[in-house]
Design a protein around this ligand. Structure first.
Ligand SMILES: Nc1ncnc2c1ncn2[C@@H]1O[C@H](COP(=O)(O)OP(=O)(O)O)[C@@H](O)[C@H]1O
Ligand SMILES: Cc1cn([C@H]2C[C@H](O)[C@@H](COP(=O)(O)O)O2)c(=O)[nH]c1=O
Length: 223
């Protein structure tokens, strides 16, 4: 079986990938973790809940058959593959995953974004929509600042939603205010309306502003 679990950034895809791996491994099944361009650096699957695991990095030229055959040659079974950040896989790599499901009976669990910052399908995700046995939209809602369900991944540069640029640009949803790091590019999940309007919502007041009694910008926001 080839299953594609998809949803916007921050909806728990990598967490679920690691949970599924944990549950299968606990029952003695042997799997391989694969990823491509995880935020935490190469060859890791990292979830914002704090779970991480080593993984095989899928490069532009990686053939998934070779990855599995290397395991077989080493005398190890491969019962399942966990493929995180699957939106970045090239369409032929998705074909290879489908082949492994069909010809080798390997259960393939793929996780990724459906659409990019322009709200267009990633090529790898498109191929997964075309080929997967099951499409599972993740149920953990990521909320837009207005409270509606967020489905669009806005790319934010210097406080503006941008709509042109390279499709792949690895970055996080956390802003400079949330982290000690200097963040030039970040992503923000928005509802369709606010994504289309390019409306990132009111600025979140700092703790100091709230202590001084400034009304919460979020509560007082106009639609
Ligand atoms: N401190 C926290 N406490 C509880 N849940 C958290 C915390 N930080 C992050 N999360 C959960 O982790 C989710 C993001 O998980 P992650 O697997 O990194 O998402 P994705 O791979 O889809 O980008 C958030 O939607 C939230 O539910
Ligand atoms: C929308 C969008 C995202 N990306 C990058 C940003 C992150 O590094 C990953 C998504 O990670 P997550 O685990 O789902 O949070 O994808 C990108 O390169 N291009 C885009 O358009």
């Amino acid at each position: 079986m080839l299953r594609f679990f998809y949803g916007p950034m921050d909806c728990g895809k990598s967490t679920l990938a690691l949970q599924i791996n944990h549950n299968h491994a606990r029952q003695g099944r042997h799997g391989l973790l694969l990823t491509k361009l995880d935020r935490a650096g190469t060859a890791r699957i990292s979830s914002r809940v704090g779970l991480t695991a080593n993984a095989t990095e899928v490069g532009a030229d990686t053939d998934l058959h070779d990855v599995v055959q290397a395991e077989w040659r080493a005398g190890r079974r491969v019962d399942y593959l966990i493929c995180d950040e699957a939106q970045f896989y090239a369409p032929p790599q998705i074909e290879q995953a489908a082949d492994l499901a069909d010809r080798a009976g390997i259960d393939v669990y793929a996780f990724g974004l459906a659409t990019d910052f322009r709200s267009e399908l990633f090529p790898g995700s498109r191929r997964l929509f075309e080929l997967a046995d099951e499409l599972i939209r993740l149920q953990v809602e990521v909320l837009c600042w207005c409270g509606r369900p967020g489905q669009q991944n806005a790319r934010v540069v210097d406080g503006e939603v941008i709509r042109t640029g390279d499709q792949i640009l690895v970055a996080d949803t956390a802003s400079a205010e949330d982290t000690a790091a200097r963040v030039d590019v970040r992503y923000q999940v928005l509802c369709r309306r606010h994504y289309r309007d390019g409306d990132l919502g009111p600025a979140v007041p700092s703790a100091g502003q709230l202590a001084l009694g400034t009304p919460s910008a979020r509560n007082g926001s106009a639609w």
